[in-house]
Design a protein around this ligand. Structure first.
Ligand SMILES: Nc1ncnc2c1ncn2[C@@H]1O[C@H](COP(=O)(O)OP(=O)(O)O)[C@@H](O)[C@H]1O
Ligand SMILES: [Mg+2]
Length: 217
């Protein structure tokens, strides 16, 4: 479903140019559960941003299902992202002024979905924090905040869920609880791609892709 062919991404120009991705060719099938590993600065986040349509490539081809995403303008890219991709970040990226319920409701409001209450509660139940619906993110532990972010991704109802170091800010026990959340999501049929530099986390996925200096090794 996701197919990258000789994808390159440069940041900056001339003497200040960083070749962040130097010819990535990879495929991810629908419903796969993939870990991307590599040292800091190897290009993991850049690769995830490209897959997620957050950024345009410098060269190469990116196909997603029957779409040629690498041909898209920035506005088409934004539309592609809304339709297909949810992101989960290391720092959770929740809206701290809004309750857990409201954070999860947000993608439904954006899509003008009716009967939101039931959907939000279903998503919160799937990640085990329905009882925290009226709390603010700042009143939650790191693990609970990440569960909220995962519930928000579920509410977006996208096929693909991308996560950049989702357990990077969590202790070992909480990390493995969050990983079992991702396993459930994968089993429900989502395509899940996550970045980690922790091999014990990566080993929970179906497949590991290692990246070094912007290349798959
Ligand atoms: N927005 C940016 N502008 C300039 N350089 C960047 C930018 N984002 C990443 N880079 C550079 O690209 C390389 C890969 O970065 P990144 O994809 O963030 O690596 P990782 O996630 O594996 O740590 C690094 O050398 C980094 O400094
Ligand atoms: Mg990174």
């Amino acid at each position: 479903m996701i197919e990258l062919t000789d994808v390159k991404k440069d940041y900056g120009k001339g003497d200040y140019c960083t070749h962040a991705l130097q010819g990535i060719t990879m495929k991810v099938e629908r419903g796969e559960y993939v870990a991307i590993v590599g040292t800091s600065g190897s290009g993991k986040s850049t690769l995830l941003h490209i897959i997620g349509g957050m950024d345009q490539l410098t060269s190469g081809v990116y196909r997603f299902a029957d779409e040629v995403v690498s041909d898209y303008s920035l506005s088409k890219l934004q539309d592609f992202r809304k339709r297909n991709i949810s992101f989960i970040f290391q720092n959770f990226a929740l809206m701290n002024k809004y309750t857990v319920f409201e954070n999860v409701e947000m993608p439904l409001l954006a899509r003008n979905i009716k009967k939101r209450k039931q959907i939000v509660m279903d998503c919160l139940e799937r990640v085990g924090i329905a009882n925290l619906k009226s709390k603010l993110p700042t009143q939650l532990s790191g693990g609970q905040q990440q569960r909220c972010a995962i519930a928000r991704a579920l509410a977006s109802d996208t096929q693909v869920i991308l996560a950049d170091e989702p357990t990077g800010a969590l202790d070992n026990k909480t990390s493995s609880e969050i990983m079992s959340c991702f396993s459930d999501i994968h089993e429900a049929g989502h395509t899940v791609i996550l970045i980690t530099h922790d091999m014990s986390i990566a080993s929970k996925c179906q497949r590991i892709v290692r990246i070094e200096d912007g290349k798959i090794v």
